[in-house]
Design a protein around this ligand. Structure first.
Ligand code: CA
Length: 700
């Protein structure tokens, strides 16, 4: 049974040196040597001006320190996705369960940590693990947005909470936060996720000093009166038969970039809920502001302009990927632009003052559209994109051509370095069914390769439908790929560029790779044994340059581990790794422990009807973490449960005995009988897997 869901499931003026560029619009409070903001500078270019570690010296790089107490402080090893902030010699970084760590940036010594005590069961309301992408720091306050929806301001010296505000409009709805708050003047801004569960997206801005709500911008209309002119305009693009019980979607779960020069906050908006337009709203409307980039006046919360990347989105094509600001010379004219490579596979360059589309070109294989009409700004949809009861294989799949792992821009090379994913998915409309509480409700079935030979869903022409991750250097002016890395294991890492001529990226194999930014030549590789997804950052202290990465695999893709991934070979040990010239060896984690073959559990129903009912519940509630059946997984292995787990099965499933670790109880949605059916299904599958293995071993 091969089903499984992916959840998400420049300023290039030659006359100006990089340091001069960094000075433009940069307040004095942001030292050149640190990493003070999420993307280092307000343009979120993820470019370090430091040069000590460079194309010549990088061969001498090694481990300066590691911080390994993530498990001790943070409950479980889970995905690490944070961009550390480094100010005045202190690193502020987050791990799973929204725990904040303040570390001495020279030594890794823990100065304080803050555990917001996120309710473990809240993970059920999130699509993609207990990850967190980092903090913001301003005026001696550290801001963390927690998985369960609170925005906390912490004392920078002690980590004690100064204020807390609840960012959720309704705590009964399946909202969750994984993103990093951003600063916009005297405001701190945060959105949330949940479009796959059925919620209405919004972004909120709070006063830095007090946590008082300054404004809130909803991204899609709601059931009540329109909150703003922008929402009234959006409503015109939604039909009368819209299924509002799904919330509309449009969550702002990651990208927000604040333009200090124009006072605009650019917000990337997520996919629709449910996924297929024709299941969400059968009208011909575009469903604003799904899959859009919004430019919001930061002081007032009013919309200045919007650009919708995927009108009527039906493929989980979020425009929540990171937004980079730059000044580019285009056709002889300097333009203030923003750049984004959203999931839909096109690289967009947009005038950030007016919202005018300058260019849109595919950076990965794309079959849902033949291109983007630059006059109208609209994509040219293909027949192949229109799935329904008849399935269609479409590029990119729901993980997108690029996901949350941030791309980076180097003003020195003028190139954008994109962690690209290449994979199609087979989409089909699901039968409409009961909306399950607090879990995935997308009304579509999607399947990853391989596909059956001759499947009509493939259409007439298609490249090899495999899965590939690759780093691409993209020229945003020439609108073409300049170089690309060799392929890496599925699911790659965020990117750092440096004035030392380097591009630095990790991946799920656990190797941190240093590329020559100009040519793509691999100059150095560091084997860490830990899956790397987070973007590296760089800073300087006492004249020494450091490069740091939050290491640890997880997030949306923990449900299935592929060959070559570090998490298959080693314990998935979440830790902070920091490197410098002359550093030492990086210790590898302990090997992934072998599991004993636990005995098959006796006494489960073997009634095919019960097992079929168990499968349906499994798919509805369990499979997004514990599937696919029998394949290596980053979560506890249900296909080889210990006798103790079998004994306590119903209580774990219904009462949430293991909720602290993220196994929520489902007693609100499932009965004793349902739990027993799931148990019967797991038992039958376990027996089948065991028998198949015995057959295979015998035949070898
Ligand atoms: Ca999504």
């Amino acid at each position: 049974m091969r089903w499984f869901l992916f959840f998400t499931f420049l300023f290039l003026a030659p006359a100006c040196s990089p340091s001069e560029q960094a000075g433009i619009g940069t307040p004095a409070a942001q030292p050149e040597t640190g990493w003070p903001l999420h993307g280092r500078d307000w343009r979120e270019q993820r470019h370090s001006p430091l040069t000590e570690i460079n194309t010549e010296t990088v061969s001498e790089i090694g481990l300066a320190w590691e911080y390994i107490d993530i498990l001790v402080r943070g409950r479980t090893h889970r995905g690490m996705e944070a961009s550390p902030i480094v100010i005045d010699g202190v690193m502020y970084v987050t791990g799973p369960w929204s725990v904040v760590y303040a570390l001495d940036a020279r030594t890794g010594e823990e100065l304080w940590y803050y555990d917001p005590q996120v309710e473990g069961a809240w993970i059920r309301k999130g699509c993609c693990d207990a990850v967190n992408r980092g903090v913001a720091v301003k005026d001696d306050l550290v801001f963390i947005a927690t998985l369960d929806g609170y925005l906390d301001a912490l004392d920078i010296a002690t980590g004690e909470r100064v204020w807390r505000t609840d960012t959720f409009t309704d705590r009964t709805l399946p909202y969750a936060i994984t993103g990093a708050p951003r600063l916009a003047g005297d405001l701190v801004v945060i959105g949330n996720g949940g479009a796959e569960m059925g919620v209405r997206g919004y972004v909120s801005a709070y006063e830095v000093a007090t946590g008082e709500l300054a404004w809130r911008f909803f991204t899609v209309p709601g059931p009540g009166p329109d909150e703003s002119e922008a929402i009234a305009a959006a409503r015109e693009t939604w039909g009368e038969d819209t299924r509002w019980e799904f919330g509309g979607g449009g969550t702002v779960w990651d990208s927000m970039t604040y333009d200090e020069e124009l006072g605009l906050l650019y917000v990337g908006v997520g996919n629709g809920s449910p996924w297929p337009k024709w299941a969400r709203d059968p009208s011909l409307g575009d469903n604003l502001y799904l899959s859009s980039i919004l430019a919001i006046h930061a002081e007032t919360g009013e919309l200045k302009w919007h650009y919708q990347t995927t009108p009527g989105d039906s493929w989980d094509y979020t425009a929540t990927q990171n937004i980079i600001l730059a000044e580019l010379e285009i056709d002889g004219e300097m333009r203030a632009v923003l750049m984004q490579a959203p999931k839909n596979g096109f690289f967009y360059v947009i005038d950030r003052e007016t919202g005018e589309l300058i260019s849109a070109d595919p950076y990965t294989h794309v079959t849902w559209a033949d291109g983007v009409d630059l006059e109208t700004g609209r994509p040219i949809y293909t027949e192949q994109s229109q799935y329904g009861e008849a399935a269609k294989v479409v590029w990119p799949g729901t993980p997108g051509g690029h996901n949350w792992q941030p791309m980076a821009f180097s003003p020195a090379t003028g190139l954008v370095y994109i962690p690209v994913l290449e994979m199609p998915q087979r989409f089909e409309l699901a039968a409409q069914e009961v909306v399950r509480p607090d879990t995935i409700n997308v009304s579509a079935n999607v399947r990853a390769p391989p596909f059956q030979e001759g499947d009509p869903a493939l259409g007439t022409s298609h490249p090899d439908p495999g899965m590939r991750a690759v780093l691409k250097a993209w020229d945003p002016i020439a609108r073409e790929v300049v170089w690309e890395s060799s392929s890496m294991s599925w699911w790659n890492g965020g990117v750092l560029t440096t004035a030392g001529g380097l591009v630095v990226q990790g991946g799920s194999e656990g190797v941190l790779v240093f590329y020559d930014a100009a040519t793509g030549e691999v100059l150095k590789e560091i084997e860490t044994g830990t899956g790397l997804m987070a973007p590296p950052v760089s800073y300087e202290l006492d004249g020494e340059q450091y490069i740091t990465i939050a290491a640890g695999y997880g997030g949306a893709q923990l449900a299935r581990l592929f060959p070559g991934m570090a998490a298959l070979e080693y314990e998935n040990s979440s830790r902070i790794l920091t490197f410098k010239l002359g550093g030492g060896e990086t210790p590898l984690p302990a090997p992934r422990p072998a599991e004993p073959d636990y005995p098959l559990f006796e006494g489960l129903s073997t009634d095919p009807e019960v097992i079929a009912a168990g499968l349906a519940h499994f798919r509805g509630y369990c499979g997004r973490c514990h599937g696919p059946m029998g394949a290596p997984n980053g979560y506890p292995n249900l296909w080889n449960m210990s006798p103790a787990t079998h004994e306590n099965f119903n209580s774990i499933v219904l009462n949430g005995d293991l909720a602290f670790a993220g196994m929520a109880g489902f007693g609100d949605a499932l009965s004793e009988e349902d739990a027993e059916a799931i148990h019967a299904f797991i038992g039958a599958t376990q027996a089948r897997i065991r028998a198949a293995r015995v057959t295979q071993e015998t035949s070898e």
